[in-house]
Design a protein around this ligand. Structure first.
Ligand SMILES: [Zn+2]
Length: 181
């Protein structure tokens, strides 16, 4: 059985056993909080557990590094929906130590694409269309600075109302300890 089949098998019994009953809630976040964080595997359960968040409590938006790569990209769009449609009043940006995006080298990443049979022609074509690989795929040097930059982008965004509070934090990916910036 491959890994996807294993998941499907588990899912079948999850539904049959009505294990979902513990998770029933609505689309509105009970605590009126949205969280932007990293996709790091160590945070899957640790982050909500360490913040005492249960199903239904918060909107959680995740990507590599928990960063905003474009002021009108999908992260800001999600935050706008969270605020205007789902009543979010506080936004927490939570970075973490030892992040995979720290020191990410876009040149090395492109080399890995080439090694996986993505042709140089395609990469050139995308560059020609105006995608600056160096910037688009770059990570960050320092987790604190990255969180503070993200907080500033949200706070100063022309479509984010000033009554929404934006807070920055760093989480220890082993202990879940949250440090306010
Ligand atoms: Zn990370």
């Amino acid at each position: 059985m491959n890994r996807i089949e294993e998941i499907l098998e588990f899912n079948k019994s999850f539904v049959e056993n009505k294990d979902y009953e513990n998770y029933i809630t609505t689309k509105y976040p009970n605590k009126k909080i949205a969280i932007l964080s990293c996709m790091d595997t160590r945070l899957i359960e640790l982050l909500p557990a360490a913040l005492n968040l249960k199903n239904g409590d918060a909107k959680i938006i995740k990507n590599a590094g928990g960063i905003i790569t474009h002021p009108f990209g999908s992260v800001i769009r999600s935050l706008l929906v969270a605020i205007y449609e789902l009543n979010v009043e506080d936004i927490m940006v939570i970075g973490h130590y030892d992040c995979g995006m720290q020191g990410l080298d876009s040149e090395k990443l492109v080399n890995k694409m080439l090694a996986r049979q993505i042709s140089q022609d395609k990469i050139n074509m995308i560059k020609y269309c105006g995608v600056d690989f160096k910037n688009w795929l770059k990570g960050f040097d320092d987790a604190e600075t990255s969180v503070l930059e993200t907080v500033n982008i949200i706070r100063n965004h022309p479509l984010i109302p000033s009554d929404v509070n934006v807070h920055g934090f760093i989480m220890d990916p082993n202990t879940g300890k949250l440090e306010k910036l």
